[in-house]
Design a protein around this ligand. Structure first.
Ligand code: CMP
Length: 140
């Protein structure tokens, strides 16, 4: 995957609160092109696999339970400098520290239930995109 792509999920809390449309609108309004999109649900096993890097963290069990409790929207997004640009758009992991106007400031409830995921590096964007999408599901 090229460095102008990132991976995101609209998490179960934001889906439950009816924010799919508003968040996708914010993403598109910020100039990201959606090149892959899926409405799906992670099993606990898959959520555990996706967040395996956090396995030793005290919040891992809670994170896996949360991410598998309801449907999510997964997407691959394209924009120049996508990883950094998207992390700016979503704001800090903890919505209490997120800048005004960011997606987490507007829609997130807590550090755990923080509305959206955004890849933290080009390498992870490629890994996470491939975790959710086959090559035939990506339209660049
Ligand atoms: P995300 O950016 O998807 O990557 C890891 C996730 O772990 C993070 O968003 C939060 O949902 C969750 N997380 C991070 N820190 C904490 C914490 N202190 N307590 C609970 N969940 C957390």
């Amino acid at each position: 995957m090229a460095t102008n792509r990132t991976f995101t999920m609209i998490k179960p809390d934001a889906v439950e609160s009816g924010h799919i449309g508003a968040i996708l609108n914010d993403i598109c309004a910020a100039g990201f092109k959606i090149v892959a999109l899926k409405y799906t649900k992670l099993s606990a096993e898959k959520a555990g696999e996706f967040y395996a890097v956090h396995k030793e963290r005290p919040f891992y069990g809670e994170l896996v339970e949360f991410m598998s409790r309801g449907p999510i929207v997964a997407a691959i997004l394209e924009k120049e400098n996508a990883v950094e640009a998207f992390r700016t758009l979503i704001g800090a992991t903890n919505p209490a520290n997120a800048a005004e106007g960011t997606i987490r400031k507007k829609y997130a409830k807590s550090i755990g239930e923080n509305a959206v995921h955004g890849s933290d590096s080009d390498e992870n964007a490629a890994i996470e995109g491939a975790f959710h999408f086959a090559g035939t599901e990506i339209f660049g």
